[in-house]
Design a binder for this molecule. Structure first.
Ligand code: SAM
Length: 286
């Protein structure tokens, strides 16, 4: 039987050989999951032996990973802002850069969006990643989480219920802000923003994700454009919009925001990698 240390090494080399970035980290995550070990045990129990069943399960994961299926789909979950979320191939896997939207929304709530019960729309909710974290950290907020299809909403619904926020997060099915039944204080959205032509050039793992979650049309801003226009009637007078996009889209998107909200202040927030990531449109600031 191989030890935990040997198995991690084997996994690492196999993942490296098939060109997986962060092969060592993935090897550790795979072993932690199959052997149900918390991270600290990986090192404290390096010489423990894996069972034959463990070895078979790990090989099964490596075989799937060899097809470049994302690890999150294989394991069935992804951690986002400290919470575990169910994921499957119907939804996009939440990305670390999207945590910037959550951080910024929480910061703004702290700094002065004083409404006693903020009403928020998370447009294109996917797994529910943003909506769930806002609900967890803003106990008075009411949140509408919108997406297009039943399979996506089923995943979001499972996650919302498993994090006990179903009393304040309402799922809505439809196009962008259309199904949201009232005006909101805050719109948060990580909409598809990849230009259609760029999708085939992205890494193989991305090709497993739903096109509906990636494809932003010819310039990547098709949905953002429509959302801004819908927001003119769905955003309260002092409302705020937070939109994730690519750094190079910021200038064009700022122009769109000012066209729809001529009195707004438009700023840009950076993600942890210090790349321009979130467009912030603040209505009604003097
Ligand atoms: C980039 S993913 C983001 C998912 C999630 N918010 C996150 O950050 O991980 C975009 C999401 O928008 C949804 N979507 C695409 N077009 C939409 C539309 N017209 N109306 C509502 N949602 C839409 C997709 O189904 C997908 O779940």
């Amino acid at each position: 039987m191989a030890s935990v240390r040997e198995i991690i090494q084997l996994c690492h080399h196999e993942l490296q050989a098939i060109g997986i970035p962060d092969a060592r980290l993935e090897a550790e995550v795979i072993v932690m999951n199959v052997m149900r070990m918390p991270r600290q045990d990986l090192f404290a129990h390096q010489e423990d032996e894996a069972t034959t069943q463990h070895e078979q399960d790990i090989q099964g994961i490596l075989d799937r990973r060899g097809t470049r299926e994302p690890l999150a789909y294989i394991l069935g979950y992804r951690e986002f802002y400290g919470v575990n979320l169910l994921v499957n191939s119907d939804v996009m896997i939440p990305r670390p850069e999207t945590e910037t939207i959550v951080e910024h929304a929480l910061f703004m709530a702290l700094m002065g969006m004083e409404s006693p019960q903020l009403v928020i729309a998370d447009v294109g909710t996917g797994t529910g990643a943003i909506a769930i974290n806002l609900a967890i950290h803003m106990p008075a907020a009411r949140i509408y989480a919108v997406d297009l299809t039943d399979p996506v909403l089923n995943v979001a619904s499972y996650n919302i219920r498993s994090h006990n926020v179903a009393d304040r997060v309402t799922l809505c099915q439809g196009d962008l802000l259309e199904p949201v039944p009232e005006q909101v204080d805050l719109v948060v959205a990580n909409l598809p923003y990849i230009p259609t032509g760029r999708i085939p050039t992205l890494q193989p793992e991305v090709q497993w994700e739903p096109k509906m979650a990636l494809d932003g049309g010819q310039d990547g801003l098709g949905l953002v454009r429509r959302l801004m226009s819908q927001a003119t009637t769905k955003l309260k007078d002092q409302g705020i919009i937070l939109l994730e996009m690519d750094p190079e889209q910021m200038a064009v998107a700022s122009g769109m925001a000012l066209q729809n909200f001529p009195d707004a202040t438009v700023t840009v927030e950076q993600d942890l990698a210090r790349r321009d990531r979130i467009l912030v449109v603040t209505q009604g600031l003097e």
